[in-house]
Each structure stands twice: as C-alpha cells, then as structure tokens.
Write a protein that binds this ligand. Sequence first.
Ligand SMILES: Cc1cc2nc3c(=O)[nH]c(=O)nc-3n(C[C@H](O)[C@H](O)[C@H](O)COP(=O)(O)OP(=O)(O)OC[C@H]3O[C@@H](n4cnc5c(N)ncnc54)[C@H](O)[C@@H]3O)c2cc1C
Length: 491
Amino acid sequence: MIGAGVAGCALAAGLRRGGWDGPIDLWEAGRGPGGRAATRRCRQDVAWHIDHGAPLLNLLEDPEPKLVAPLREGGWIVPWREPAAALQADGTLGPAAADPLLGGSLYRGRQGMDGLCRGLLALAEAQGPPPSPTGHYGTLVRHLAVRHEGGWRLADANGAVLGDADWLVLTGTLLAHPRAMERFGWSEVPLLQATEGLDDGDLASALAALARMEMEARTNLMLTIKPAAAARWLSLPFRLLSFDREAQGRWGLRRLAIQPLADGRCGVVAHGVPAADGPAMAALEGAVAGALEPWLGERPCGGEALAGVSQRQLMHWGAAFPVAPGLPPAAMVCPASRVAFCGDFIAGAGFGRIEGALRSAQALAGRLLALALLLCLSLGGPALAAAAGAVPYRCDGDLLLATSDNGAVDAPGIPNTTGGTVPGATVLLEWRDLRLQLPRTNNAGPPSYTDGLWWWSLEDPQQPRFLHRRGAIEQFSCQAVAAATPPADGH
Ligand SMILES: Cc1cc2nc3c(=O)[nH]c(=O)nc-3n(C[C@H](O)[C@H](O)[C@H](O)COP(=O)(O)OP(=O)(O)OC[C@H]3O[C@@H](n4cnc5c(N)ncnc54)[C@H](O)[C@@H]3O)c2cc1C
C-alpha cells in the first residue's frame, strides 16, 4: 500500500480483521502515519503537538464505518465536544451548522488526530498471529514497474529498489495524476508509464478518471501561543471557528482551530481559502488578527499581528481536498494489473473527508478479500464452496456467495415447493460489503427471493438474475464460478 493515511491504515485493519494473513507493507513519505489527518510533533518539545490538517472527523452517514466502534472502544478516538461557531462577514458569530465538516457525529484522535491512524494500525496488529503490517516511513515511492513474473516493483527517486509486491494499492493520487509533473517536475505519471503495455481497460479508464480529477490546495498557518496569551485564546466562545462564504471573502480564511496543550500553551491553526501557492505567513497572521479583533483586542505594538506567539509555521497542502465527482467505486479494483485504489478521492458517502477514506478502505478490503476467496474457490473447486455451505458466483466482477436456508418453516400444503424451497425460506447473499437476507417469494417457477429492493432468482442456475430497484432497476451480471484446474506451475 502506498500511503499510511486514514485509508491505508484502515485498509490494513480491514484486511487483517477480514482474515487476510499475508504480508502487508505500507510505504509512506511522511515521518509517521496520518497523512492529511496527521499530528505534527517535536522530539525536543514533547508537550507540543499540533493537528496541522484535519482537526476532527465527522460521520454523516449511517451505518457508521465498521472500524469506528473498535476505535472508540479502544479509546483511540473520543467524541469532540468543543464549542464551534461560524463567523459572518459583519464580524458577528452564528451557529456553525452549515459547515459540512461539522455535521453529524464528531470525533477527534486521543492526544492528537494521529491517534486515529495509530489506532487503526493497532487494530491490524491485534489480529495476530499474522505479522503486523510493516510501515516504511519517510520513504517516497517515486517509480513503479511491473515485474516480469507478475506483481510490482517499487523504487525511490534514485531508482533504488524499495520492495516487491503482488498487489499495489494507491491510497493517494500522487503516482497516478499529472499534477506531480507540474508540481515536482516529474517527467511522467509513474503508474501510467509502468502500465503502458499492459492492455488493461479497467486500469486505463481509472487512470483517465484520475487525470481529470482536480484538487483544492490549502495553506495553513500554525501558531504556538505562550501560556500567558493562550489563556485569552482558550476563553474564546469557540474552539473551532468556521468562516461563512462572505467571511471567507473578507478575511481569506476558511477555519480556525484552537488546540490546547498540556502545559498551558495552545496551538492555533488558521486554514486559508483554496489557493495554489497560498498567502504568505504575515498575510495569514494579519487576517487572523483582523477577524478576531473583537475578542483579542487591538494588535500589539512592534509590527507583529498577534501577541504572545512563540512559533510560526506554514503548511502548504498541494492536494488538500479532491474535487467531486471523484473516482467511481467500480474503478477501485483492476484485477488484471493487480492495482487497487482507496482514499477520500473515491466517489460516495464521505467524499473528501475522513469518513470517505474509512468507507473506501472498508469497501476495498471487502473486495480484495472476496477476490482472494474467489481464487481459493476456483482453485479448490466445488468441494470448498460446499464445505462453506455457500454457492459462489461472480457478479459484476466481484465474488458473491449465496447461502440458502429453509429455516424453521412449517408449511404443509404450500403449493410451490420447487427446488426444495418453500415460502419462508431465505437466501443470504454476501457481495462486496453487503449482506442481504432475502425471503423466498411465492412466485411460480424456480426459486426467487426479494425484500422489495433486491431480487435474486435462479431461472438459470448458471446465471442467476440479480436486480436492485433504486428508482430505476439496476441489473448485475452474475455467473456461477466454475472450478478451475490449478495452473501448471503450481502457484
Ligand atoms: C487542512 C485540512 C483540513 C481538513 N479538515 C477535515 C475535517 O475537518 N474533517 C474531515 O473529515 N476531513 C478533513 N480533511 C480531509 C481529511 O484530512 C482527508 O479526507 C483524509 O485525511 C484523507 O485520508 P486518505 O488516507 O484518503 O489520504 P491521505 O491522508 O492523503 O493519505 C495518503 C498518504 O499517502 C502518502 N503518499 C502518497 N503518495 C506517496 C508516495 N508516492 N510515496 C509515499 N507515500 C505517499 C501521503 O504522504 C499520505 O500520507 C482536511 C484536510 C486538510 C488538508
């Protein structure tokens, strides 16, 4: 996996919790896990830490991603209950309800946002005995190559081999998007170049969709405030201040996060409005002082915009937020080239937020595990499937397992018992991250099952009909999985 942000760490946890016991390697350019939800720390000043990207996470959609409950139970994330407000252009405060980053259930990492990723890795490790995912931090993967024998080779900027892998998961877009050519002067898009001769239509359309994707940049100003001045910041009526549209126009700021430190200091992070190069440090500090003048008072003498600042730093996020529509979920897995994608840039619930990174990783873990199972089933033949009590199908490229259950049904005299099933029986369908239990219909003919939204019927047992009603009716193409003979080389 390239990237140990939320998506990479969640994918490692999801794969391990789903039973994958093969090696997992995470390659990360940053010094530790977290990505855009990282916490900046300092070895010489252990009390100091600052969340320089996402200050919190919010969950808007039900059900919550599966990894959230174990993270909460393990104390890795805690509810975020700080006061929030929205600043309007006339300098008055209103409720922050309109901010899409502040709706739903709010959480933050314990002792910093990187607690979220550390927690995800701990969940992956807790699954022992398979070895823990190996993190390679401070390592930028610059070059990719397809290995002659299949799989991938990763190399650094000097061409030195970093490692080999059977599958490659990109949790960021850097290696697949032309922006790195502009930003870092790279001569090529690494994944595009590596796969030129592969003739994989799935990957070609995924890369085309990624190339069209735009990213919003952000420049954040990070301030450390000395204890005497911090008391004033910490008594403000908000810990998170979002700027409404007009206020953003007036001050050039999007949000302000005030983060208390254990020794009485506080961190303040001012998120600038989207800008390619971002404003300079002094301009951002001036904007903060101007916006907060009603609460902090007049600017200090001596040329500084804010009083009591002990440290100033800028953080420029070249790709802070992906711009919709994002990569379609159907393009997340390219089995022919053994490449997969996950991250907040996948279209769907939570897009552009931590919630999306978690959900995409959950979906990808399900699909990769299903592929692994599909491979086992096709190599092991019908005996394995029968042992599992499930019939395997491939539906729209992904494994579907169908388990019929006649249940405790006492139905003498019910006319339609075709296929040994009676009304009251059910079928359990496991497909992607869905588990559907559909009741048997009383329709004449071969068994059919529906809950009103989903339909499964076996007119042709080799090609069941699998439909979903969502306004229009969507049909998925399903075929029974045939047993394959193991390849001649025994692998
Ligand atoms: C300023 C800011 C504020 C935000 N506020 C919020 C908020 O309030 N709420 C919210 O939900 N979300 C917020 N977000 C968005 C949130 O941070 C992201 O949605 C989330 O962290 C994305 O996680 P990810 O794993 O998909 O991607 P990332 O965190 O970007 O992880 C990808 C990782 O891959 C690594 N990587 C990429 N290419 C390579 C390579 N070639 N070699 C090695 N490593 C590589 C990167 O270093 C990175 O760590 C904010 C983001 C920013 C920038």
